[in-house]
Design a protein around this ligand. Structure first.
Ligand SMILES: NC(=O)c1ccc[n+]([C@@H]2O[C@H](COP(=O)([O-])OP(=O)(O)OC[C@H]3O[C@@H](n4cnc5c(N)ncnc54)[C@H](OP(=O)(O)O)[C@@H]3O)[C@@H](O)[C@H]2O)c1
Length: 358
């Protein structure tokens, strides 16, 4: 029986994780769960799973500190996932990581902590889970020549180029995935894919020049790995986050799931095209920031979180999200944060700049 702690249990990923646990009660036991403020839903889950419930800004880290578990699912939003991730690794627990901002802002600290703990970070993001799955097998990681992340392109893939008139409702209307609001808006700007390049850089240790993005609107091929002998492996599945979540919970095993398998004939065709960096400047910004320095990566993530909130409140236009983030990144010094406190200080600084941006 694998004992699991669910951080962000009431969110989109958290609810899918609960489904995975419900489907395999003989294999998984939720011992604790954490949310920020949705106490009513959290209490229901706590009763259902016989799990302890934590809430508030420090709830996630207390859930990890005060409980023993084999695996912690980190599925909160933003940098709130950082301290619980480090605490879990420090206690020798395996981390299944959905909260990509943790790797964007503090990839160096987190991967160092995982190495010190001798534990892999198991990716939950569907693209990184796909790559992780393609890399199973002895020596696979040594012969990789390129990682290819797929991107759905979001709701504005073919919209007229001036996106400044876009409303929050339009940006929240993702054509393929039903996700929480922050990641949905990030998908619409493609900042999400930029973050995923950075996430892949830390998880798989390839330079940014060897991490490519290809637009694949059907969201069936979740990513690909090209090997030095010319072979390319891909992972395909319906766009359903329960697939990568379950794999993260069972790795290196696979468990059956009551899901309809892919029907390739019904799909008929899968399409691919190059991303348009004029339409989606966030992609270039993320790659440039990765090259420019670690402190700027903290700013990238923090400023984006504030910008998305400001766009949703009608304070800035859609195109301003990336303009604001680029400006805050530009004004952030270029150095490597040396501790969690350092990361948190840089995060606060970038948030203040982003909140004041006009
Ligand atoms: N959704 C997807 O399909 C998807 C796919 C790939 C990656 N991700 C990543 O996974 C993460 C979660 O995304 P999501 O879409 O599931 O978000 P979401 O639907 O907004 O849910 C966020 C969850 O985290 C909780 N939370 C937020 N801040 C917290 C804090 N400080 N302490 C404890 N709990 C906190 C929320 O609690 P309350 O309900 O109380 O607010 C909620 O349970 C994000 O980093 C996202 O980029 C998501």
């Amino acid at each position: 029986m694998k004992r699991i702690i669910l951080l962000g249990a009431t969110g989109s990923i958290g609810r899918s994780a609960c489904d995975v646990v419900r489907a395999h009660p003989e294999r998984f036991k939720v011992v604790a769960l954490a949310v920020r403020e949705n106490l009513a839903a959290a209490a229901l889950l706590g009763r259902e799973f016989g799990a302890k419930v934590y809430s508030g800004e420090t709830g996630a880290v207390r859930a990890v500190e005060e409980n023993d578990a084999d695996l912690v699912l980190v599925a909160t939003v933003g940098l709130s996932g950082l301290s619980p991730t480090l605490t879990a690794l420090g206690k020798g627990m395996t981390v299944a990581l959905a909260t990509k901002e943790v790797l964007v802002a503090a990839g160096e600290l987190v991967t160092a902590a995982a190495s010190a703990a001798g534990r892999p970070i198991i990716p939950v993001d569907s693209e990184h889970s796909a790559i992780f799955q393609c890399l199973q097998g002895p020596d696979a990681a040594r012969s990789v020549s390129r990682l290819i992340l797929t991107a759905s392109g979001g709701p504005f893939l073919d919209a007229p180029l001036d996106l400044d008139g876009v409303t929050p409702e339009q940006a929240l209307n993702h054509p393929r995935w039903n996700m929480g609001p922050k990641v949905t808006i990030d998908s619409a700007t493609m900042m999400n894919k930029g973050f995923e390049i950075i996430e892949a850089f830390w998880l798989f240790g390839l330079p940014v020049e060897r991490i490519d993005v290809v637009v694949h609107p059907e969201s069936i091929v979740h990513s690909l790995v090209e090997f030095s002998d010319g072979a390319t492996l891909a992972q395909l599945a319906p766009p359903d986050m329960r697939v990568p979540i379950q794999y993260a919970f069972t790795w290196p095993e696979r468990l059956p799931a009551a899901r309809a398998p892919l029907d390739l004939v019904a799909l008929g065709a899968l399409t691919f095209r190059a991303p348009d960096e004029t339409r989606f400047p966030a992609l270039r910004l993320a790659k440039e920031t990765l090259r420019a320095g670690r402190a700027k990566l903290v700013a990238l993530s923090a400023a984006d979180e504030i910008a998305v909130g400001r766009f949703r409140r009608g304070e800035i236009r859609f195109g301003d999200i990336v303009r604001l983030v680029a400006d805050v990144v530009e004004r952030t010094e270029s150095r490597a944060p040396v501790s969690v406190e350092d990361v948190l200080a840089l995060d606060r600084e970038a948030r203040a700049r982003a909140a004041a941006w006009r």
